[in-house]
Design a protein around this ligand. Structure first.
Ligand SMILES: NC(=O)c1ccc[n+]([C@@H]2O[C@H](COP(=O)([O-])OP(=O)(O)OC[C@H]3O[C@@H](n4cnc5c(N)ncnc54)[C@H](O)[C@@H]3O)[C@@H](O)[C@H]2O)c1
Length: 396
């Protein structure tokens, strides 16, 4: 690659950063991914994906070493016209957000910025972080345009949604709005302008809304189940030719790195008055315990080997971050004779066993992530199937 760098992505080898970098590179921009994770950087430069993302590998192979490279060297930031921050913003201890995560990572590399650059914040942030970053750059004496343009893709759909979803673009100055809009128009035709504070809430509301809807479904599932009624039959029935109920979700584990985290960010921001958010957390995070307490009414778990199918936080994913499958495993490890786990996509867990072995050795199977290979399981063993994907799961 020559000297011109259109965009440097800070945190560029992560789940969000890499697809975004690939999309920009595929549209002809010169992209550099800066990341502190040397393993991720090495993999990307070898043309391998650090995490499963459909459609990403083909693009990577096309652009790597040409319009896209990865590095652990922050000096690349100085050469960029645009810089985009997509570092993680996970919860800390006690479910508390870290509002300094993005400002801190920028301050550490503040020396490499220069006047005239456009800085795009893309991580999901605690409200007020954009203003904090603006103050940071004023303190550093840097004339940098600052925009907050949240990422709204879902993992597993990044390489299509980056080109299809409208992009929320927010900034305090017309110049920053205009530059960020032009940049994202290389990916998607529709941009939606907001103020930074509106955009910060817009991103949190997006995830929180989804989390609350899953909690509503999970609570209705528990009510139906406790009444001896099949929730899924009720859900399907009320959706038939009735659009007002068409969006009632199936029951299932609602987890992963974003939904709970962003609900807790909003709760902390709202001085812990966000009772609907906290109630949703209790319902969604309580589902593994609910399942096990129901299982205990039906089985003597202490004599049984239980197999957990699917350790990723959602279907067709290899991402185990905040997966409720592991909560299920922890509780079952205390209650059951033995717990065996399997997942066709997860490679970071050495304790996982092949599916055949788990089926063979288990007395009872629990589908914890509804991966496609589980839709036609070939076994007569009892299957606990809250997702209702096999159509003959045992009711608990
Ligand atoms: N995962 C999703 O589906 C999704 C969707 C929309 C938005 N988001 C948001 O995007 C952000 C990133 O999420 P993610 O899932 O990609 O996280 P991730 O942990 O997969 O990626 C973050 C990357 O940043 C790197 N990093 C951390 N600190 C750094 C630093 N100081 N300098 C350079 N690199 C650094 C890490 O090594 C990692 O590769 C979060 O705020 C998240 O809430 C995630």
């Amino acid at each position: 690659m020559g000297g011109r760098t259109d965009i440097v992505l800070i945190g560029g080898c992560g789940h969000v950063g890499l697809p975004l970098g690939l999309a920009f590179a595929d549209r002809g921009l010169n992209v550099v991914l800066y990341d502190v994770d040397s393993r991720g950087v090495d993999l990307v430069n070898r043309g391998e994906l650090p995490a499963h993302e459909p459609g990403a590998l083909d693009v990577l192979k096309r652009v790597v070493g040409k319009s896209l490279t990865a590095t652990t060297d922050p000096t690349v930031i100085s050469r960029a016209t645009n810089v985009c921050v997509v570092v993680g913003t996970p919860l800390g201890e006690h479910l508390s957000p870290d509002p300094q995560a993005v400002p801190r990572s920028l301050e550490e590399i503040g020396d490499y910025f220069r006047d005239g650059q456009l800085l795009i914040l893309r991580s999901t942030v605690y409200p007020g972080v954009t203003a904090q970053v603006e103050r940071l750059f004023a303190r550093l004496g840097l004339a940098v345009d600052i925009a907050f343009c949240p990422e709204r893709i879902a993992e597993g759909r990044a390489m299509t949604e980056l080109y299809e979803l409208p992009q929320i673009v927010s900034a305090r100055t017309p110049s920053a709005i205009e530059r960020a809009t032009r940049l994202f128009h290389t990916l998607t035709p529709t941009t939606v302008p907001l103020t930074p504070e509106e955009a910060e809430l817009a991103k949190l509301f997006t995830n929180v809304w989804r989390y609350i809807k899953f909690a509503a479904s999970n609570q209705l599932y528990m009510i139906a189940n406790d009444f001896g009624v099949d929730y899924e039959r009720v859900r399907v029935a009320i959706g038939i030719d009735y659009p007002r109920a068409a969006d009632i979700a199936a029951a299932g584990f609602a987890a992963g790195p974003c939904l709970l985290k962003d609900t807790m960010q909003l709760a902390a921001f709202d001085n812990n008055n966000f009772s609907l958010g906290h109630a949703s957390m209790m319902i969604n995070e309580g589902l593994p315990q609910y399942l096990i307490s129901r299982l205990e009414k039906r089985y003597h778990l202490e004599f049984l080997t239980v197999g957990i199918l699917g350790m990723a936080f959602k279907a067709e994913s290899d991402d185990v971050r905040s997966s409720l499958s592991y909560k299920l495993k922890r509780i079952l490890s205390f209650k059951a004779s033995e717990v065996l786990c399997t997942d066709p996509y997860v490679s970071c867990d050495e304790d996982l066993l092949p599916l055949d072995e788990v089926i063979e050795r288990s007395d009872l199977l629990v589908i914890a992530a509804p991966h496609a290979p589980y839709h036609d399981l070939d076994t007569s063993k009892p299957i606990v199937d809250i997702w209702n994907i096999v159509g003959r799961g045992v009711r608990v």
